[in-house]
Design a protein around this ligand. Structure first.
Ligand code: IMP
Ligand code: MG
Length: 174
């Protein structure tokens, strides 16, 4: 197995917790009732689990899984739906929760297929954004941190399925 441990910490666990709490408050203020949150597996699992713990009031959750990176750090530009939602989105206030928006291809695909299911509202929260890498212009309503063009791991994000468990965001040299 490859071992390329993160060479440095980009965003500490404390910084993540503080920012995720702020995002939760902001989202809850915009949508005080009945928010339906969709986490995009696997990368968003930790972000979603902290985000909802900072929210008061009613929240329902569902999960979907897509694959955009075969292995390693290069994008194929191709998105595959690996696991679909369990629940209907009809008439719901829906928030997509993603780990990172890079080229924007994955999120564009997700927004298109979910919008077709008639939610009342569809918004997106991404923990991280790399605007310099964007290939398509995609709307992201809530962004945790904007970062430079680095490959990052931890807090749900992987390199070849490793490092998702780190409580911070670290840099991988590519
Ligand atoms: P996009 O379609 O290029 O925007 O890629 C989005 C997906 O690529 C994310 O959901 C991640 O799974 C993955 N990804 C992009 N950049 C990184 C990174 O720096 N570290 C880990 N995964 C990444
Ligand atoms: Mg990934």
């Amino acid at each position: 197995m490859v071992d390329r441990r993160p060479s440095s910490v980009l965003i500490s666990a404390e910084q993540l917790q503080r920012r995720v709490a702020e995002l939760a408050a902001e989202i809850r203020a915009d949508y005080p009732e009945n928010l339906h949150i969709i986490a995009v597996l696997k990368g968003a699992f930790m972000f979603m689990s902290d985000l909802v713990r900072f929210m008061d009031g009613s929240v329902s959750m569902d999960f979907m899984a897509v694959s955009s990176y075969a292995k390693g750090t290069t994008t194929s530009g191709e998105v595959r739906l690996l696991k679909d939602l369990d629940m209907s989105l009809d008439g719901k206030d829906v928030l997509i929760v993603e780990d990172i928006v890079d080229t924007g291809l994955t999120l564009t695909y997700l927004q298109e297929i979910l919008r077709a299911r008639n939610p009342r509202m569809l918004r997106t929260a991404c923990l991280l954004s790399k605007p310099s890498r964007r290939k398509v212009d995609v709307a992201v309503d809530y962004v945790g941190f904007t970062i430079d063009d680095h490959f990052v791991v931890g807090y749900g994000l992987d390199y070849a399925e490793q490092y998702r468990n780190l409580p911070y965001i670290g840099l991988i040299e590519t």
